[in-house]
Design a protein around this ligand. Structure first.
Ligand code: BTN
Length: 248
């Protein structure tokens, strides 16, 4: 991070998607690393795998942050997911127990999803030129309409209402700190912490691969982001995102 350039926080009342807003903004003007776009409402909030992201107006944190991690090789881009997930899980863990990171980068409270992350990297050759981290954290919403299977908000968990700006500040402080750790080549420490916070990180749990269901434990997650599962009979398998599903 360039210490001479202060990150900018751009606030918008309404936009299609903060990821899209930030990407379009960058086409005309460069923003300092660490800058963020925050919206009260998204007209077309995007989730992983072409899903939409539901968030009632003014209730939740909807934002996208910007990095220029040109020291990270393209095949190591999963480390950005890890620092983003850890920054959210550290922030939420200030307010409630039972926050975990569901591989690759959903944030869960118990068996429910409290935050979704959509990372979009722009590569130049073998390295990342720019990276946008789109983050939706369910904070004060009390009812969810869409068919998302298991949403939950911090307010539903604790009964309290939270100030969104304070939560964003807390996230950003942590996020910048983790990013500096990457600049200092402390990837292994970051990864170890990610592994300690994993959803179903210990023991055997049910998974589904196509039509096959099986019990396995998480043996490792590779720097590429592949999940290594070990079954009770000793066989191991390696999965990319979406090739295997947790059975909830
Ligand atoms: C998921 O499907 O789990 C990812 C959801 C990501 C939602 C956030 S909200 C802010 C940013 N803008 C978007 O359009 N999506 C991300």
């Amino acid at each position: 991070m360039n210490p001479t350039e202060t990150p900018r926080i751009i606030r918008v009342t309404e936009t299609a998607s903060t990821n899209q807003y930030l990407r379009e903004y960058l086409q005309t003007e460069k923003l300092p690393e660490g800058s963020a776009v925050v919206a009260s409402f998204q007209l077309a909030g995007r989730g992983q795998a072409g899903n939409s992201w539901e968030s009632a107006p003014g209730c939740n944190l909807l934002f996208s942050t910007l990095l220029y991690p040109n020291f990270i090789p393209a095949n190591r881009q999963f480390i950005i997911s890890q620092i983003t997930s850890l920054s959210v899980s550290d922030t939420l863990s200030q307010y409630t127990d039972h926050i975990t990171i569901k591989w690759p980068n959903d944030i869960y409270w118990k068996e429910k999803k409290i935050c979704g992350i959509l990372i979009e990297n722009d590569l130049t050759g073998q390295y990342i030129y720019s990276s946008i981290q789109g983050i939706g954290i369910n904070i004060n919403q009390t009812e969810f309409q869409s068919n998302a299977p298991n949403p939950v908000s911090l307010k539903q968990i604790t009964g309290n209402t939270y100030k969104l700006d304070e939560m964003l500040d807390q996230f950003l402080q942590r996020f910048y700190r983790y990013y500096i750790e990457l600049l200092q080549e402390k990837d292994q420490e970051v990864h170890n912490k990610y592994m300690r916070h994993l959803f179903r990180g210990t023991g055997y749990h049910p998974f589904r691969e196509g039509d096959r269901t099986f019990e396995a434990h998480i043996q490792a997650i590779e720097p590429t982001g592949h999940l290594i599962l070990k079954e009770k009979n000793g066989t191991t398998h390696r999965y990319a995102f979406k090739e295997v599903h947790f059975i909830l």
